[in-house]
Design a binder for this molecule. Sequence first.
Ligand SMILES: C[S@@+](CC[C@H](N)C(=O)[O-])C[C@H]1O[C@@H](n2cnc3c(N)ncnc32)[C@H](O)[C@@H]1O
Length: 314
Amino acid sequence: MGEKNTNDRSNRNKDECKGKKNKNEKKTGRPEESTVCTAQEQSSKKKNRKEVAIFGNYRNYYGYRVGQDLDEDPRLRVMKREWFEGKDCLDIGCNSGLMTIAIAKKFGCRSILGVDIDGARIEDAYWTLRKVIRTSKHKVTSMISRSADGASISGLVNNASESLTEEKRKSSGDSPFPLEKDLLEIVSFQKGNFVQNWRPPENTSYHAILCLSVTKWVHLNWGDEGLITLFWRVWMLLQPGGMFIVEPQPWSSYYNNRFVSETAAANYKNIQIPPEDFQDVLLDKIGFRRVENITSSLSGTKSGFDRPILAFWK
Ligand SMILES: C[S@@+](CC[C@H](N)C(=O)[O-])C[C@H]1O[C@@H](n2cnc3c(N)ncnc32)[C@H](O)[C@@H]1O
């Protein structure tokens, strides 16, 4: 479990720690504070430098995670409707909520709650949710006015909604449920530290729990103990037969973030459970009965984000 070479550093700059590269940087693999920046870029660089995302709580995470040419996160392609449709779901470390909302829309969860340690990301998530609802309503309204041809308004609303849903279902494989107006009742977000003080609503248990690209941050901030707490809490919150979908970052990527804080630097040195052991820990120590690597067929993921996603069944 040794440290990896310094190329990892340049890769991570490219991936999670976005930054503008110049030609020299590409050659040397080292970021250069070069002369090509405009004054505006310099000032935003200074701002970015102050904002160290010690929990992986990047603003605009999805801007650089999902390729510009893609209209959906490629991870959605390996998720199956039957895991979520009509189910109660939890998304740990939801950031600005894009995956949470996309899963609710695409697969028709009964409920999905996104939890994130950073309140600013939760505000972003609600903002995104309102925007998605507003945009979808606009689509329905313009469809109604396009087809307004003598029929009653209420009939048109229903027909338009139905045909839109049907159209969407055919083109994108979306679930007939929910209509966007229901998303506000289905999707919710909460600020909370999942490994310390966050508590679910009373008597809640989940059919599916997602934890995508979060384990490294828990590991660096709370060490092996935090990681095991995360796994135990997931287990406790799952219904029998429920599933845990986890996308662990590889050990090589820890190296690049080990100095985000003193705590992270100290934990990094003491980590005994590398990500390649998570599967054994979840099966043998926590008690999951089955695992599947659901990403074996995934293509189109941006370089640096081609991580395995594992599904465990309780
Ligand atoms: C790299 S982002 C991943 C976002 C999202 N899960 C995805 O993959 O699309 C990691 C997120 O986990 C959150 N996070 C880290 N530690 C957490 C904790 N202990 N409890 C809740 N959220 C946490 C961060 O704030 C950040 O938004």
